[in-house]
Unconditional design. Structure first.
Ligand SMILES: Nc1nc2c(c(=O)[nH]1)N[C@H]1C(S)=C(S)[C@@H](COP(=O)(O)O)O[C@H]1N2
Ligand SMILES: [Mo]
Length: 529
């Protein structure tokens, strides 16, 4: 008791300041780490590096002694070492702030080295450690300034009498109280932030694991096999089926929502005779169909690449509506995602026989997380913002006059069928090509109507018919090619298409807002002699 009394309070608080700041560092890094690979989390990276550097005999000893608890023991040991180091840093900072700060940065650098030397690590993986180190520094600074002065303690202790080690709060100096308040607040924050981060990371990983292990049922109705010759025979034209990894991604989500399929539910309600909810398993047990559909974003400029074609697997929305039995007067389905995005889709579009789907599969695998796992909507013929809700959880049958959707509230149209479009993909704009035969090619789309004809114009010459690749369905894009006898000089190439319902694509230039760009795509190329 006598000994303990002689450790000055300022030393204890300095060590505590170091400890709390280490907690803040780890907590913040843990939370930031949710958006990165698990190996970007300081504790995981340090542990992994430690395991790598452990000599084999020690590893064997650990496994023999602790069995499967060896990793727990490792983490506990790391915790103890971290705590001791943190106390020392706190004392150092008390001596001289710059020393303490330098020590924190040094430790941050050690952790950073552990992170960056992991296999497959990228520079971005340093962000959680950097964020944590900054937060730890700030916390240490905050606390270090509140450490009670040695002089104050002596007077405070003296006033309280020789037998009281720590004076009760009432007789504590304002500095001391403010130190403990700040330290307590920071410790709680660190714990909450760290626990939240760990929980989020766990959810994220479990959703990813679930997706990886998921085997989709085989379709009740398979897609028609693609006809031979859907690809234009020209280098530089996009693949007919867009690989998932290359599929454009558009959404308002800062962090991709992690939706657990085991708790996912679709609520169907509103102006219907029967309201109900559907689970993921129920959906998988239903008669799923497969269909190739080209999605297009309304923000795609003329010639742009915000379009992709995939084979989707899903349950017809018409069937969902058949069960719900919409009431007379309803004319819209408002679909809402788990993150609050919403889209207004005309009711009749979902019931007119097209392959409008509650999709669970994309090109033979479960939807990627980015593309709406576990369930999204896919509606042929409508731009994504009025139809393609990812991470969908709610379908409300309603009326356009009663409800509006996310982008409609921000100046975009409430209805938006996809406009007929065509683009040149090869050669690239401003390419230099050798004179002679040049292979020109690209893609055109008019979902629900189908592309019938594509024409190409060189400079101000006459419009010439391009060769059409085979059509898969009216809901997929169609490729085309054109053999150009190119003369040296600078030239313009222009493309336009005809759909099977409305004929020639309009040359009227329109901006994407409010319901999609229009106009003919043209590029400039230089032909070298
Ligand atoms: N939840 C959610 N779903 C969404 C969006 C969104 O922002 N949030 N964007 C829509 C838009 S504008 C488009 S073009 C398509 C894009 O789908 P993709 O990212 O799979 O290509 O998703 C639609 N679904
Ligand atoms: Mo979009």
């Amino acid at each position: 008791m006598k000994k303990l009394k002689r450790i000055p309070l300022s030393v204890l608080t300095a060590a505590l300041a170091g400890l709390v700041s280490a907690g803040v560092l780890l907590g913040v890094a843990q939370l930031a780490g949710v958006w990165f690979r698990p190996a970007a989390s300081p504790l995981v990276a340090l542990g992994a590096a430690f395991i790598d550097f452990t000599p084999t005999w020690l590893k064997n000893f650990a496994v023999e002694t602790f069995g499967t608890a060896d990793k727990t023991v490792l983490f506990i040991a790391m915790g103890v070492v971290t705590a001791v180091l943190a106390c020392l840093v706190g004392l150092l900072a008390r001596r001289r702030w710059t020393w303490g700060a330098a020590a924190v940065i040094l430790l941050g650098a050690v952790v950073g080295t552990a992170v960056i030397t992991r296999a497959g690590a990228g520079v971005l993986d340093l962000i959680p450690t950097a964020a944590g180190t900054l937060a730890g520094l700030a916390s240490l600074r905050l606390l270090e300034r509140r450490i009670p002065e040695a002089g104050e303690i002596r007077t405070a202790t003296a006033a309280a009498g020789p037998d009281v080690t720590v004076a009760p709060a009432a007789s504590g100096t304002p500095t001391r109280r403010s130190f403990f308040a700040a330290a307590g607040l920071l410790a709680v924050t660190a714990a909450v932030v760290g626990a939240g981060g760990t929980a989020l990371a766990g959810l994220r990983n479990s959703v990813e694991d679930f997706r990886k292990a998921l085997r989709l049922p085989s379709p009740f109705r398979k897609a028609e096999p693609l006809p031979a010759g859907v690809h234009a025979p020209v280098d530089g034209v996009v693949p007919f089926v867009t690989p998932n990894a290359d599929f454009y991604r558009i959404d308002t989500a800062l962090a991709v929502p992690r939706v657990d399929p085991q708790t996912w539910q679709l609520r169907v309600h509103g102006m219907v005779e029967e309201e109900f909810t559907m689970s993921f398993q129920e959906l998988l047990d239903s008669e799923l169909l497969e269909s190739y559909v080209t999605l297009t974003c309304v923000s795609n400029p003329v010639g742009g690449d915000l379009a992709g074609n995939a084979k989707w697997l899903g349950y017809p929305l018409a069937k969902v509506l058949e069960r719900a039995r919409p009431l007379p007067g309803s004319d819209m389905v408002l679909s809402t995602s788990v993150d609050g995005f919403s889209a207004s889709t005309p009711l009749e579009v979902l019931r007119d026989g097209r392959d409008a789907l509650l999709a669970v599969g994309m090109n033979g695998e479960p939807l990627p997380l980015d593309h709406g796992f576990p369930v999204r909507m896919v509606v042929p013929g409508l731009y994504g913002f009025v139809s393609a809700t990812k991470w969908v959880v709610d379908l409300e049958v309603t009326r356009f006059q009663d409800k509006t959707a996310y982008w409609t509230d921000r100046g975009w149209s409430e209805r938006a069928p996809i406009k007929t479009a065509s683009r040149i993909e090869a050669p690239r704009p401003f390419a230099r090509v050798p004179a002679g035969k040049v292979a020109v090619g690209g893609t055109a789309w008019a979902q629900q109507r189908g592309i019938e004809r594509v024409e190409v114009q060189v400079d101000d010459g006459r419009w010439q018919e391009a060769e059409l690749a085979a059509e898969a369905t009216v809901d997929t894009w169609r490729q085309w090619s054109f053999s150009w006898q190119a003369e040296p000089g600078q030239h313009y190439l222009r493309v336009r298409s005809y759909d099977a319902v409305d004929g020639l694509q309009t040359d009227e230039r329109a901006d994407p807002i409010p319901n999609g760009a229009s106009g003919w795509h043209s590029i400039s190329v230089t032909v070298e002699p």
